[in-house]
Design a protein around this ligand. Structure first.
Ligand SMILES: [Zn+2]
Length: 84
């Protein structure tokens, strides 16, 4: 059986900041795509980075501060406390 190449076009930086496209050089594994460029694999990777981003945001001090401020503002409002 002839080995088919992945059909994904890859953008590569050329000389002088120009871009050129070329076919992915990996052998196709499934549906004409290699393991990296198969839509399922791409979706999985996107999902993974989404989760990593969310986790990072949860730990972000600025985001934590904002959450606390929002919580305090709501608390003050609830008890009709004029703060400013
Ligand atoms: Zn590929």
């Amino acid at each position: 059986m002839k080995k088919e190449k992945c059909k994904e076009m890859v953008r590569e930086e050329g000389h002088w900041g120009s871009f050129h496209q070329h076919r992915c050089s990996f052998n196709a594994k499934r549906d004409g795509y290699c393991g990296i460029h198969h839509p399922d694999a791409i979706e999985k990777r996107n999902k993974k980075s989404d989760e990593a981003f969310k986790k990072r945001m949860e730990r972000d001090p600025l985001m934590i501060s904002r959450k606390r401020i929002k919580y305090l503002e709501e608390l003050l409002k609830k008890h009709n406390i004029e703060f400013f």
